[in-house]
Design a binder for this molecule. Sequence first.
Ligand code: SAM
Length: 482
Amino acid sequence: MSYDPKSLKAEDFINHEEILETLEYAEKNKHNRELIEEILEKARKTKRGVECAGLSHRDASVLLACDIPELTEKMYDLAREIKEAFYGNRIVMFAPLYLSNYCVNKCVYCPYHYQNKEIPRKKLTQEEVKNEVIALQDMGHKRLAIESGEDPVNNPIEYILECINTIYSIKHKNGAIRRVNVNIAATTVENYKKLHDAGIGTYILFQETYHKESYEKLHPAGPKHNYDYHTEAMDRAMEGGIDDVGLGVLFGLEMYRYEFAGLLMHAEHLEAVHGVGPHTISVPRIKRASDIDPSVFDNGISDDIFAKIIACIRIAVPYTGMIISTRESEECRAKVMGLGISQISGGSRTSVGGYAGYSPEERPHDTEQFDVSDQRSLDEVVRWLMEKGYIPSFCTACYREGRTGDRFMALCKVGQIQNCCHPNALMTLQEFLTDYASEETKRIGEELIAREILNVPDEKRRQRAIDYLSEIKNEGKRDFRF
Ligand code: SAM
């Protein structure tokens, strides 16, 4: 086996020896100021405009290993600069929707493992899916990530497809779920085709760990035990027609530098084989859950290392969205947001049936997947973002206009984001303010929109967006997009 990003075999494109050599190279050069400055320069935006070269897993690993405070500050500045160039101050909002916690796997970090008798097993009926979706629409959500355990009998692909269909069909008041992302276990090309035909947004699958030996120990039984099948899933998803795939590592399971190199190698592999890198990267950390004690895993990372990982990912893959969930506290989310995060969840419940019938203060814990640190309502998160100078966005336009995969990347590269994403973010925020926000959130939001709409560079586009905003507010119209 030798390292080959173009190979379709997991052990070639996530090559263990290559990762070890990368870590050795990074360790050897972590105080090499000249090299580090050179790497940062390479990753910077070109003078002419908007393109960023990104970095190889080797170069990025040197940055991550470097512990010279003044250079770390430079990394943070560059990460902020890149984030600003491609994502501006927009943060896309979403919520998870747990469909079923039936699972035949034995993942040692996840409370859904089949031997856990502490949690009641539950699977939503279509009526319950409908109620959950109405509750989510009433909060103001437009984008969901559906989550499910792996169980071919209780949650077969037909069940997942039926749920997606139900979710898209519900139009309650002015609400609509316009994009359903899917986080379910690795599956076959035929099933990915079915998910694609059902109109999903991103297919998300966390690798958990790229370290094969650890992976096999952490997944001792069930179909998820098969490292190669799991690691090669994104290639099958793309073969099935899904353009947007989302990677992620569960930080805390293995050494973070190993995971970081593996994650970037996976991104390089997708780019080399399919001509397009991952649409998103998620950075979950292990949390306490029913029968799971996170301190048992001895690779937990501090908030500082976590921030550095996020900054280095932003520098290495400038066009890839980065997601942070409510696993993280308000304080931590505030710290890392500017370093490259482009999507966050808000008002999340990680239990099966956690939304409908509960007040914002009540949260059911019995079927919860893990403790949620940020327990604020969506309205509170939206207001907090705006007070920090961000634009919460409920936009789903790219995917609905067919701007997925490399077509989305192309939009980034030609610098059209500010004429497209910026007004779309403001128009969807206006919908949220008009339909769902509290008075205070509405006041802050409308001031923000009035200021930010002036930052659409193209005059005609700006004027059209101003007209659309007025139609949303005054004429009850919805769903404008560029
Ligand atoms: N069952 C699917 C699979 O096997 O990929 C995915 C759905 S699972 C609900 C989503 C993710 O939650 C997992 O991929 C894992 O990374 C994460 N997770 C599991 N246990 C966790 C814990 N204790 N704390 C934080 N995240 C956890």
